[in-house]
Design a protein around this ligand. Structure first.
Ligand SMILES: [Mg+2]
Length: 351
């Protein structure tokens, strides 16, 4: 078969990848930029998926469904994240490789926040017909590079035409039975910690909104955030009582822990690890740092670094003072006031 144009299709297993493919002849669909040959597309996705793997994947791409094996004594984790162009990323700001990386990070970070180990991921992609083929290839590369580094297999997915780029990621993982670290485990007296630094991703976003050019370097936590998988597993093993990943911003995500645990909390502004180029407001409310926010009992001893990542104690959990949970901030002047959830603003045109 010669050059064809993808209208919709399913990444299926068996022969490799795309089945149920709706294809137009070249002269029917000249305006499209997403030029594919069926064989090339199948080969490309299957070849890329082969760079990834996990022993829990009995059968990946190659049949009607993937087969996953949960190890003895483990429970299964599943998380899903949808990234939409113009809402979660902008093509003029975010290179395709970065979009693939960031979308998978969202799912892996959720697995990390449960203290789990990722096993397999599934990619569903909506692509406008005029999207350059190169853009899709680069998105896949970004996703597969992170998948390979994180020990998670790309085990299937789906493709369809869409008005805007849509990337839906399902990530599965495993965790020892009944040992997952939940949002609901914090108790009065627990200490509150974060990994890494806060506000760095939002600081970059602020620059982009201001019209400044920002080079998407590999070490940028905005463009290429690294999910804290190893730290999450270590914390599960060493007594974290509650945990969440910082996707929406500290003020929102700490409120989630307090609501689920039915406790109050106070954060000390003076201790917050504010990222270089960020400020206190960005550290409190900026999203998408993908660090871990966790609590431990007052007796638990922790090292200064976990899995090579600095951790910082930022506050305390208190027993609930009323029926509604309260999150407070002790400001740099020492005064305590409410810390209202004012987290993540997505990339919508109205922001
Ligand atoms: Mg999460």
């Amino acid at each position: 078969m010669g050059a064809v144009y993808l209208k919709s299709g399913r990444i299926c297993p068996d022969n490799g990848a795309v089945v149920s493919l709706a294809i137009c002849a070249a002269d029917e669909f000249m305006e499209t930029a997403l030029v594919l040959t069926e064989r090339k597309l199948i080969e490309r996705i299957r070849r890329l998926a082969q760079k990834t793997g996990h022993c829990g994947v009995v059968l990946g791409i190659g049949d009607d469904a993937a087969i996953l094996q949960v190890a003895k004594g483990q429970q299964f984790l599943v998380t899903t994240d949808l990234c939409i162009e113009g809402v979660h990323f902008r093509r003029e700001w975010h290179p395709a490789r970065c979009v693939g990386h960031r979308c998978l990070t969202r799912g892996l970070s959720d697995i990390a926040a449960m203290g789990g180990e990722p096993v397999a991921c599934f990619l569903s992609l909506g692509v406008p017909p005029k999207l350059p083929q190169r853009w899709v290839d680069d998105l896949l590369k970004g996703l597969v590079e992170l998948a390979a580094r994180s020990g998670v297999a790309l085990a299937g997915g789906d493709i369809s035409s869409a008005e805007k780029v849509m990337v839906d990621i399902v990530v599965t993982g495993q965790v020892p039975a009944k040992k997952a670290v939940l949002r609901s485990g914090a108790r009065g007296g627990d200490r509150i910690f974060v990994t890494g630094e806060l506000g760095g991703s939002a600081a970059v976003l602020q620059q982009l909104y201001a019209g400044n050019k920002v080079t998407p370097t590999k070490d940028s936590r905005h463009f290429y955030p690294v999910p804290r998988l190893e730290a999450g597993q270590w914390l599960r093993h060493h007594g974290a009582t509650a945990m969440i990943d910082l996707s929406d911003g500290l003020s929102v995500d700490l409120a989630h822990i307090c609501e689920e645990s039915h406790v109050d909390a106070t954060v000390d502004a003076v201790y917050l690890p504010v990222a270089k180029a960020a400020d206190l407001a960005l550290a409190l409310h900026g999203g998408e740092d993908y660090e871990l926010l966790f609590t431990v009992s007052s007796k638990t001893k922790l090292p200064s670094k976990i899995a090579g990542v600095r951790i910082t104690e930022i506050g305390r959990i208190q027993p609930p003072a009323g029926s509604q949970t309260r999150v407070r901030l002790r400001g740099l002047d020492g005064r305590i006031g409410p810390l209202k959830p004012a987290g993540w603003q997505y990339f919508s045109e109205t922001c």
